[in-house]
Design a protein around this ligand. Sequence first.
Ligand SMILES: Cc1cc2nc3c(=O)[nH]c(=O)nc-3n(C[C@H](O)[C@H](O)[C@H](O)COP(=O)(O)OP(=O)(O)OC[C@H]3O[C@@H](n4cnc5c(N)ncnc54)[C@H](O)[C@@H]3O)c2cc1C
Length: 299
Amino acid sequence: MKEYIDLFNRLPNLIILEDEPLARYTGFRTGGPSTVLIPTEESSFVEAYRTIINNHIPFFVLGNGSNVLALDEGFDGVVLVTKRALNHISVDETTITSGSGISLSELCRVALNHDLTGLEFAYGIPGTIGGAVYMNAGAYGSEICNVLNKVVYLDENGNYREKNLSELDLSYRHSIFQAQKNWIILSASFSLEKGDHDTILGKMNELLNRRIEKQPLDYPSCGSTFKRPVGSYASKLIDECGLKGFSIGGAAVSEKHAGFVINKNKATTSDILELCHYVQHIVKDATGFDLELEIEFLK
Ligand SMILES: Cc1cc2nc3c(=O)[nH]c(=O)nc-3n(C[C@H](O)[C@H](O)[C@H](O)COP(=O)(O)OP(=O)(O)OC[C@H]3O[C@@H](n4cnc5c(N)ncnc54)[C@H](O)[C@@H]3O)c2cc1C
């Protein structure tokens, strides 16, 4: 047992899982053991976070894990899960405020139920609000920064803080939170517009069907493995290099969508990383383009 576990045992409304395989929590379904903390109330989430920082315990905050790669050796620290504790959602006219543990798809369904338009693009992205703000997630010509209004977060001292859209440094798959790993997003407000229920529903279903048709959703992955390079598309470059279907160990470049590295057959994180580096090397040599990983490392 880790020496700091007793600190958490004292806190109410907190599930503590020791030696928990991170493969259960990550998009690729890979990753070794760690201590996983699952607070079930916001107050216990905040207390757990304050305990972490006051005691200088290495930590990683996890949403749905759909953009996270955990190492095979695991993580020697605590993984703090948002989903159970930060799950409130409220609607005030055209503004929705959502806990960071709510899924994007749930947020989209609430918007639909209130005939609010603007979030249709996000339907089917398998992340939480926290992960979506952190990544400035986007698809089909829109992204979170187009609808985000305000974020409430815990700072590096565990104090509540707030930032407006213009203060969040949002750009393609980037936010201020990537430079401030000790800031934890608690909730986000979205400014939407009144729309027509059937039109919103139609758009959501159309985009979801496009995902089902084009993406290898039957295999574990983190979605698009590489960022879109300026002037081209990662999937186009990888396809042109003849890498569709190429595999190392259990990891493969998807046959269905070359932008996705997938866990095809009991891959390890080492397989995935080796394959990613190979793809980057071949694409650079053949086309001159640098492919940057879009995935976050749990370390
Ligand atoms: C099949 C598939 C399709 C996908 N399609 C898309 C797509 O179309 N567009 C797109 O942009 N992405 C896509 N993704 C990637 C992923 O779903 C998004 O990046 C999503 O926003 C990640 O959210 P998450 O909750 O899973 O975050 P996680 O993977 O859990 O975490 C991602 C990062 O955010 C941080 N984080 C999470 N919550 C918080 C918080 N509360 N406070 C501070 N930091 C936090 C984590 O520490 C980590 O660094 C796809 C993934 C898959 C598997």
